[in-house]
Design a protein around this ligand. Structure first.
Ligand SMILES: [Zn+2]
Length: 279
């Protein structure tokens, strides 16, 4: 049953990828379309997500005069479809199916802005805003490397879209007041990026701790998924602990997903050894 499903899913994915190639062939770099197809094929998406309402996507270019904006439009021909497709990848990474308990998203307002920083998500209550810096686009395109820019732009987008759809820990204070909450939120966002191939081994920071959030936590969670738990649903289950483990903690979440015999700090120590960061 499971096998049939994945065969069906990859057939559908191939059909979609084929359609994308055809529609892009006219005015789009074929190499880029092929890469997009490759990434889509790398991970079969449950077709149930194709009809899920990800919210209204509003794309607004607030800096059309900048070089970064021109570069963005040269590599992303249809921003709304591009963002919508990435939202479905995020949903597929975080959830089993559209029947799960998923924070509702009414609107995603995505802007290109001539500002400092890289990207950030704002808003709440189903109205999400995400900005992407045209200065960062310019910096990421230093060697006219289209592949690298596409990789960076998609990776950053997967991270921010995770914030739109992920579950939040309960009973421990908010993102702004509680470090565990913050580490979970930012760690999961980078885990989604790593899991979909938009951070590679060279992007993994050495040492540190899962409480450092972001890539420290993200790479650790994907290692747990692939190497320790060997469970393709690990990130989905870990996300769901936000509803199940109250008050939430990394250790409580690990016990819920992997079993009472596990301890988060022992797992971190094992991870550090496996990575060669400690002897
Ligand atoms: Zn973030």
């Amino acid at each position: 049953m499971k096998k049939n499903f994945s065969v069906l899913a990859s057939l559908l994915t191939m059909a979609l990828a084929g359609g994308m190639l055809a529609s892009c062939a006219g005015n789009q770099n074929k190499k880029e379309a092929a890469e997009a197809a490759e990434v889509t094929e790398a991970k079969a998406i449950n077709p149930a997500w194709n009809t899920y309402n990800v919210g209204e996507i509003i794309f607004e270019d607030k800096a059309p005069e900048t070089e970064g904006s021109k570069i963005y439009h040269a590599i992303i021909s249809d921003p709304k479809s591009y963002i919508e497709e990435k939202a479905r990848i995020v949903l597929n990474t975080l959830y089993f199916s559209p029947e799960d308990s998923i924070p509702h998203c009414n609107q995603i307002h995505y802007t290109l802005e001539d500002s400092e920083g890289i990207s950030a998500k704002g808003g709440g209550n189903g109205f999400v805003s995400i900005f992407y810096s045209t200065r960062h686009i310019e910096k990421s395109f230093v060697n006219n490397d289209t592949t690298k820019l596409h990789y960076e732009t998609t990776g950053v987008l997967l991270h921010e879209l995770t914030h739109a759809f992920q579950l939040e820990p309960q009973g421990i204070g908010s993102y702004g007041t509680n470090k565990t909450n913050w580490a979970f939120i930012e760690g999961m966002a980078d885990a989604v990026r790593v899991d979909n191939g938009y951070f590679g081994p060279n992007d993994r920071p050495k040492g540190g701790n899962y409480m450092d959030g972001y890539r420290h936590c993200g790479f650790f969670l994907v290692w747990l998924k692939n190497e320790k738990a060997k469970d393709p649903d690990f990130l989905r289950k870990f996300n769901r602990t936000a509803l199940e483990v109250i008050p939430w903690s990394f250790d409580g979440a690990i016990k819920k997903v992997m079993g009472e015999q596990y301890n988060i700090d022992d797992l971190w120590a094992e991870y550090m050894k496996a990575m060669g960061d400690v002897q």
